[in-house]
Design a protein around this ligand. Structure first.
Ligand SMILES: Cc1ncc(COP(=O)(O)O)c(C=O)c1O
Length: 352
């Protein structure tokens, strides 16, 4: 069903809540979806080398050309941004204002950006009973539809065909692929789609590469949309070290490491999922993100209880369409997951 966003009882405070708000000194961080892996030497060296050029204004041209080559696209279809988050603001201000449909539960920054730019919004709330699957037909007159793939926080990986069915003349389809590089082989990515007419794909380098503080991401879209976004992007928005990091992350070595990290996410998420399932948690089927959405019918206060026990998970009831009790847990190394499972057993009883 769709509903006017204004009628929802969430306020902007809830929409602005993110995993990093859960952190405090001494807590085990299972709240933020940034990989904690050590930075590869080739990446830190590229960033440090760029620091010797900080008196020059950044030039995004070479990184844009390299990124276009990487994706087999024309540079006019590429815009480098200060994280995927900046791309949402550029979409909200650059694209002619119409009406937007936000597919939820989903990442809230696109909605916040569109609201701030004055877009009227509706929400399509996907159903947990269907594993938050996209329905085959979405009836809407919206001139912009925004959806994550895989979606944060449900982890749902939507098939490309279903996403492409959302396109129509006069509409812009925004697909947020910030976590797509966590899915081995990226089977449902739209970055290779020959015709990008009416489409924007946003990508992030901050998660897999642990670069949240550096701010680096990009958008692929048809040239008219890229031009509209670029027209409202502040000059020199992306710093020289961030551009250097992006260039470094396009090498064969980087691609191989990215694949290893994606494979590890699968293993870690499965270990976490089976531990939660053994304890009677509800976890949406088919989750493919580097995190799991979960809740336990008999333990609605786990977010606060885990915090007391020294573990930060992300409360997920601030996402439109999710009730109290849902939490999002980052997939991490076995040791961290065992710490979580042991804490849960202390808080029990849970089914075994
Ligand atoms: C689904 C999703 N998209 C985009 C972003 C923004 O990423 P970036 O750090 O590249 O701005 C986030 C950050 O948490 C996210 O969860």
């Amino acid at each position: 069903m769709t509903e006017p966003a204004g009628s929802h009882d969430l306020d902007l405070g809830a929409l602005n809540h993110h995993g990093d708000d859960e952190l405090a000194a001494g807590l085990l961080d299972l709240a933020v979806n940034v990989r904690p892996d050590p930075m590869p030497a080739w990446l830190s060296e590229a960033v440090i080398a760029a620091s010797s050029r900080l008196s020059d204004y950044p030039d995004a041209g070479p990184a844009r050309a390299a990124l276009a080559r990487f994706h087999g696209r024309d540079p006019s279809e590429v815009l480098i941004t200060a994280g995927a988050a900046e791309a949402f603001t550029l979409i909200a201000h650059g694209i002619e204002r119409g009406s937007a449909l936000m597919v939820h539960p989903g990442f809230t920054e696109p909605e916040v950006a569109l609201r701030a730019a004055g877009w009227p919004l509706e929400r399509l709330l996907l159903n947990r009973a269907d594993g938050f699957e996209l329905p085959p037909v979405v009836r809407s007159d919206a001139t912009l539809i925004c959806i994550g793939n895989p979606t944060n926080p449900t982890g749902r990986l939507h098939p490309r065909d279903g996403l492409l069915r959302l396109r129509r003349p006069g509409r812009v389809l925004v697909v947020d692929e910030a976590f797509m590089d966590s899915v081995p082989g990226e089977p449902e990515s739209l970055t290779g789609q020959a015709d990008l007419t009416g489409m924007v794909i946003t990508r992030s380098l901050t998660k897999t590469w642990g670069l949240a503080g550096l701010r680096i991401g990009y958008a692929l879209a048809d040239p008219a949309i890229i031009a509209a976004m670029a027209a409202v992007q502040p000059h020199w928005s992306v710093s020289t070290p961030a551009l250097a990091a992006l260039l470094a992350c396009l090498s064969d070595e980087a691609v191989a490491e990215s694949t290893r990290r994606a494979d590890r996410v699968e293993t870690e998420r499965e270990y976490l999922r089976s531990g939660l399932a053994e304890r009677g948690f509800e976890v949406p089927v088919g989750s493919r993100g580097p995190f799991l959405l979960a809740r336990h019918g008999r333990h609605p206060d786990l977010h606060a209880q885990l915090r007391e026990a020294g573990i930060a998970v992300r409360r997920a009831d601030t996402f439109p369409g999710l009730e109290p009790g849902w939490i999002r847990i980052a997939a991490r190394d076995v040791g961290s997951i065992d710490t979580l499972l042991e804490a849960l057993d202390e808080l029990g009883p849970f089914e075994r």
